[in-house]
Design a protein. Structure first.
Length: 69
């Protein structure tokens, strides 16, 4: 597999996939492959939002634990 920087539409496709956003048929073949690969691993979930929620919950827990110390 050849590694290269992502093109603009590949970046957009990756971000869309990580956020669970819809497929755009106007993307290049490479962008479509990236989108489909990410969606296959994430099962269509918005993993960016899920990650932000985990971080937020961790921050809230840290505040609660710190308040009890």
């Amino acid at each position: 597999m050849r590694m290269h920087p992502l093109t603009y539409d590949e970046q957009k496709a990756a971000e869309a996939a990580f956020r669970g956003r819809p497929f755009d048929a106007a993307w290049s073949e490479g962008a479509q492959a990236i989108y489909q690969g990410i969606m296959a691993h994430t099962n269509g979930r918005d993993i960016v939002e899920a990650s932000n929620q985990v971080d937020s919950e961790s921050d809230e827990l840290s505040v609660l634990v710190g308040a009890n110390s």
